[in-house]
Design a protein. Structure first.
Length: 97
């Protein structure tokens, strides 16, 4: 079964305090779904229409686990903590292998 990757591209961070609250809750909420953070932070380089805002790439054991994590009550709590603190683009994609 191929792994899945959850890519979060921040377009704007409006409230760093709300982002910090989200960042404390989200990893705990997603741990039961097998999350592994591959990278997070500001890009070292951007090209084409890339924004130099925060980026997070997370790995999950499967597409089903990634989606279940996103839809879980624990992650809903993390999203409530984030509220309007950031504008983000979240995508989940299945790996090739």
């Amino acid at each position: 079964m191929p792994k899945a990757y959850w890519i979060t591209a921040y377009r704007e961070i409006k409230d760093p305090v709300k982002l910090a609250a989200y960042a404390k809750i989200a990893p705990v909420a997603l741990a039961p779904y097998g999350v592994r953070y591959l990278c997070r932070g500001n890009p070292n380089a951007t090209f084409e229409a890339g924004l130099k805002e925060r980026l997070v790439v997370s790995e999950f054991p499967s597409l089903e686990k990634a989606i279940a994590g996103h839809d879980s009550p624990g992650y809903a709590e993390a999203l409530r903590a984030l509220g309007d603190g950031a504008v983000r683009d979240v995508r989940i994609i299945e790996g090739l292998d």
